[in-house]
Design a protein around this ligand. Structure first.
Ligand SMILES: Cc1ncc(COP(=O)(O)O)c(C=O)c1O
Length: 461
């Protein structure tokens, strides 16, 4: 975390053309030449002189945002990648870092979006604002596809522009007076949105944690499921399965314990199932498979990693009508209010795409995309296994969690970037229990994954 504090103060810009040159890293790897995308550079704009003389408003900065550490993890990874490219302009950098999808969206899905899009140019096909909660047909298809026999109904489902956006909207519903727990390590949006809402104290450098958040340790020793007997009661429990970053998926028995724990404590679980369709093992894909979950859980999910919708933007959140606040008021009604106030509904073209995803051909096409990334995962797992590393995840999620005992995650991240031009994600960026791990994402073109594995083998042979 300390390295994250050393944000550079230069503005970096770049274009893709500089990165098309063949790799200079090793003669054995020169045969693969792949064009690189434009990089998304995080601009950290500061000109010390300008800062001193610039006009300032009288508005004070939100003190909660000021509590956040150097920045969101992924912009920091992107910044380091940009710095690396300035140093090695001809390097063929392979990104197995942020976890963005790379494979084209299946045609059956884009055709439906194109049709809706063209329809917007006609009097009959035009539509403006839609229902904030999403189109009826999509809500109904989501209910039957993912929650068929689980008692979740169409009106329990809120279609959105993605799970991350819903996580923040849920935080607005909860407000600043709740306490919350997260898996440690976990997807950074939970902690960061909690900090921004003012639910936490300051960051405590000695333990690398925010005060007033319950970090539920998830390590190889406990099979990446928290020891609930040591977890302090909180109002909200964020729980992601299959987990980003560890790739661990909770079993039915573990989730039954989690639901009981929430019930005993009167807590609400926010269950993130963004990777549910990556599950190979026979674990629940929805928290609502657990009896009684409807009274204690919300579930958020997304098309991002199933159909390459990271740019299209479409997700959904299930808030069952049985879930009540302490005064008996339905949580769904407040969520509806926030959705109507802060959001005007998901893009109608995206929703046409979502509906196509849930057609028989769309479901098959999504399974193919997922299968492709799972094959990548297998290649990465086998590579690190063959090098003698302890490797976790991969079986139920597109993430491989590689252990580098007694080493700093950021040091390993830098070593890999410097010596192989591969971008990974340092485990400590996901929480203190991620220290000593690197997350390797399986999202990538096959030739890039194979090339990355060749480079890993060379570095760690
Ligand atoms: C666990 C988890 N939840 C949510 C998201 C965000 O999904 P969306 O693209 O739908 O906002 C991600 C994206 O990486 C994720 O890993």
């Amino acid at each position: 975390m300390s390295l994250m504090n050393n944000l550079s103060t230069s503005t970096i810009s770049s274009s893709s053309s500089a990165f098309l040159a063949p790799i200079s890293f090793d003669s054995r790897t020169q045969s693969v030449a792949f064009p690189l995308k434009n990089i998304n550079v995080v601009k950290c704009i500061t000109n010390p002189q300008e800062q001193q003389t610039a006009y300032k408003t009288k508005v004070s900065r939100n003190a909660n945002i000021a509590k956040l550490q150097a920045g969101y993890l992924f912009p920091e990874v992107a910044r380091r990648r940009a710095v690396h490219l300035l140093k090695y302009p001809n390097a063929q950098v392979i990104s197995l870092g942020i976890g963005d999808t790379t494979e084209p969206i299946p045609d059956v899905i884009t055709s439906a979006m194109a049709e809706r899009s063209h329809g917007l140019s006609t009097l009959e096909g035009y539509s403006g604002y839609g229902a904030e909660q999403g189109e009826k047909a999509l809500r109904s298809a989501l209910a039957s596809t993912f929650y068929g026999n689980l008692g979740i109904e169409e009106d329990d489902i809120f279609v959105s522009d993605g799970a991350k956006c819903d996580i923040s909207r849920l935080q607005v519903v909860f407000g600043s007076n709740v306490t919350m727990a997260v898996q440690d390590p976990s997807y950074p949006a939970y902690v960061d949105s909690s900090v921004i809402m003012g639910q936490t104290g300051q960051f405590q450098k000695d333990v690398e944690k925010f005060a007033n958040i319950e970090y539920m340790r998830c390590t190889p020793e406990n099979g990446f499921f928290p020891d609930l007997s040591t977890v302090v009661r909180t109002d909200i429990i964020f729980f992601c399965s299959p987990n980003n970053p560890t790739g661990a998926a909770a079993t039915r028995e573990q989730l039954t314990r989690l639901v009981q724990f929430a019930k005993d404590n009167g807590s609400i679980i926010v269950y993130d199932s963004a990777y549910a369709l990556y599950m190979s093992d026979d674990n629940p894909r929805s928290i609502f498979e657990i009896p009684g979950a409807k009274e204690v859980a919300i579930e958020t999910a997304s098309f991002s990693k199933y159909a390459g919708f990271t740019g299209v933007r479409l997700g959904w959140t299930v808030v069952p009508k049985q879930l009540l606040f302490s005064d008996g008021f339905p949580v769904a009604k407040d969520f509806n209010r926030i959705v109507c106030t802060c959001f005007n509904g998901a893009c109608n073209i995206s929703q046409a795409g979502g509906l196509a995803c849930l057609s028989p051909e769309g479901l098959e096409a999504m399974q193919e995309v997922i299968g492709f990334y799972k094959e990548n995962t297998k290649i990465i797992v086998e590579t690190f296994n063959s090098l003698g590393f302890k490797v976790y995840g991969g079986q139920n999620a597109p993430y491989v969690w590689v252990h580098f005992p007694s080493r700093s995650s950021w040091d390993v991240f830098s070593e890999i970037l410097e010596k192989t031009h591969i971008v990974t994600t340092p485990g400590s960026g996901f929480g203190p229990s991620g220290e000593g791990f690197i997350r390797v994402s399986a999202f990538g073109h096959r030739e890039n994954v194979l090339e990355a594995c060749r480079r890993f083998k060379q570095l760690y042979k």
